[in-house]
Design a protein around this ligand. Structure first.
Ligand SMILES: Nc1ncnc2c1ncn2[C@@H]1O[C@H](COP(=O)(O)OP(=O)(O)OP(=O)(O)O)[C@@H](O)[C@H]1O
Ligand SMILES: [Mg+2]
Length: 373
């Protein structure tokens, strides 16, 4: 990737180490009978990049609006840097905000749009111009300050919105699907740039997306939301590789879910009966429910040669589809339909379509979870 157009050179370095903490304590929002957010507890540490990830209607935007102060919560408390802000108007919460519709003022130039954030905060006029120019420089738009929003591309407009959110040196940034309107390439470029900027400024970010790849790429921690509640929270790799329920596993990508009976548990591992696929030792995070399954990501399932042993069993290859970067195989094994994904289309041990072979997985790649559906 070429050098980032967003730089942190000119940002003030006076940020206190503890600045930018966001805390929600049992925060709820009801719209009539609709419980949009349900007793949410969440802490964003100073400098942390936390992503709310969830399907449409799960309460992500409502949560952001309550932190920003654009929506009043029905119960609970919001704290910034340890101070309750429940009665403070948005402007006094010292948060930089970029939401999906950039909401730049169409009649103002890019520079005036950025300056506006300073005007609202009563920064003296002579200082405003200089700081707005620096902020635009930082997002690579130093030469475009005089353009109106309609004379800028979607990505450039979004950078203006980012400059406007950063120009008053906020305690934290709230970004709600800021890249939803951009095409894939520009979106990936902006992801890297925002991440670089965030790291060099040490600013905390509360980010919203319903794109799991974006969440994986950007976050220190992913908070998975469903029906206004947090269903799992952790570092991206942990949420992806150790989902607690079949819903989380499926929401974060393709997976093989094999129903099982738990035979033994020791806290870290479980011995499970997979029916036609025999017994296996799998990773266990101590989940409790009525029904259980194991999850194995398609990229962790492998063709094996006869007699190799280990987890898994005999399989029939149903179909193979070349997806460009990877090949997806559909199989049946032990009465289960399975998906196996590999980089190379001609791995050793792979049977011909319709043919018999063996599939298996390395211990630790299978995770015990609660089967909710
Ligand atoms: N002003 C409102 N009046 C009534 N219901 C609302 C209002 N705003 C949001 N809701 C409801 O609250 C729930 C959560 O909405 P929210 O906008 O927070 O979802 P979201 O996770 O941001 O979804 P999306 O991914 O589609 O942006 C939804 O059921 C929605 O219909
Ligand atoms: Mg939303």
């Amino acid at each position: 990737m070429s050098t980032s157009v967003i730089s942190a050179e000119s940002m003030p370095r006076t940020r206190a180490a503890s600045r930018g903490a966001i805390e929600l304590r049992s925060v709820s929002k009801n719209y009539g009978d609709v419980v949009a957010v349900d007793r949410l507890d969440l802490v964003v540490q100073p400098g942390e990049f936390v992503t709310l990830l969830g399907p449409s209607g799960s309460g992500k935007t409502t949560t952001m609006m309550m932190v920003a102060g654009f929506e009043e919560h029905s119960a609970g408390s919001v704290l910034i840097d340890g101070q309750p802000v429940d009665t403070l108007p948005p402007r006094e919460r010292n948060l930089g905000v970029v939401f999906q519709n950039y909401a730049l003022f169409p009649h103002m130039s890019a520079l005036e749009n950025v300056e506006f954030a300073l005007r609202m905060r009563k920064i003296p006029k002579n200082e405003r111009r200089k700081r707005a120019e620096e902020a635009l420089d930082r997002v690579g738009l130093g030469k475009m300050g005089s353009r109106k929003p309609r004379q800028l591309s979607g990505g450039q407009q979004q950078r203006v919105a980012l400059a406007r959110a950063l120009v008053f040196n906020p305690a934290a940034l709230l970004l709600d699907e800021p890249m939803a309107a951009l095409d894939k390439r520009l979106r990936e470029q902006m992801q890297e740039e925002i991440k670089t900027l965030q790291k060099s400024l040490g600013i905390s970010v509360l980010f919203v997306t319903h794109d799991q790849d974006e969440a994986m790429a950007m976050s220190d921690r992913i908070v998975v939301m469903k029906d206004g509640k947090i269903v799992q929270s952790g570092p991206p790799e942990e949420v992806y590789n150790q989902p607690l329920t079949d819903w989380v596993a499926s929401f974060l990508g393709d997976t093989n879910l094999i129903p099982c009976t738990v035979l033994e548990r020791n806290g870290a591992e479980a011995l499970v009966d997979l029916g036609g696929l025999g017994t296996a030792r799998v990773a266990d995070r101590g989940v409790e429910g009525e029904n259980y399954a194991i999850s194995i990501r398609p990229e962790h399932l492998k063709f094996r040669s006869a007699g190799e042993g280990g987890n898994g069993g005999a399989a029939t290859l149903v179909s193979s589809t070349n997806l460009g970067a990877t090949v997806r195989h559909r199989l049946t094994a032990g009465g289960q339909e399975l998906q196996l994904r590999e980089l190379s289309p001609d791995s050793a041990g792979r049977p011909a379509p319709g043919g018999q072979g063996f599939v298996g997985w390395d211990s630790g790649r299978a995770q015990l979870l609660v089967l909710e559906s």
